[in-house]
Design a binder for this molecule. Sequence first.
Ligand code: AP5
Length: 215
Amino acid sequence: MNIILLGPPGAGKGTQAARLVAARGMVQLSTGDMLRAAVKAGTPVGLQAKAVMDAGALVSDEIVSALIGEALDRMAPDQGAIFDGYPRTVAQAETLESILAGRGRTLDHVIELDVDEDALVDRITGRFTCASCGAGYHDRYKQPAVAGVCDSCGGTEFKRRPDDNAETVRTRMAEYRAKTAPILPHYEARGLVSRVDGMAEMDEVTAAIGAILDR
Ligand code: AP5
């Protein structure tokens, strides 16, 4: 099964993708994570992407589609893919069609996380992750059980994303409305889109997505 998780910044795509990986053995393909890894490693792609990401704009379609193709090629043919943060433009949606077809895969679901944009700024500006294992936390919604110590690995260093400030988040949301939302009709016409209330509790969102995948 291959699915797309679609929604604006902070909608919960990464949170829900991680849960699907744990529960169903699917593989999360997050272009944001791939680009951040490239920036950290100082690769040519990373050097090109850094300023664009810091400004909240979109990296070129060619770069991200190449990353997705390479990631799919590293997967076993029977492993399902969760596309998280990709596609983000009509051009990327069209490229994904040929990427999947070329690998004998089909798209089964597009799950749109429906959210209130004003609440998202709070979600994003409050989030932080463990520097060692990447476990996610939030200033208000999910603190480590012991202050300053990661629940998952015991790490004591945490980090925040440079693009998680209120001004950049607004730009990222504008990019979503202008460039990403227009891909929905493309999938609606094929009956692939299911909407989930992304403002519900995390567990409720997980259950709603699970019900769609089990249908
Ligand atoms: P990317 O990393 O994809 O960021 P994004 O789409 O802005 O999404 P986020 O990771 O910010 O949010 P999310 O929906 O995963 O939410 P999360 O689960 O973390 O992209 C970053 C940049 O890379 C882009 O701006 C662009 O420059 C570039 N890029 C990436 N892909 C690209 C592409 N395809 N084309 C071009 N450029 C690309 O949740 C957020 C917070 O909310 C967390 O703290 C979480 O704990 C909390 N939370 C989640 N769900 C709930 C809930 N139900 N209730 C309460 N809190 C919740």
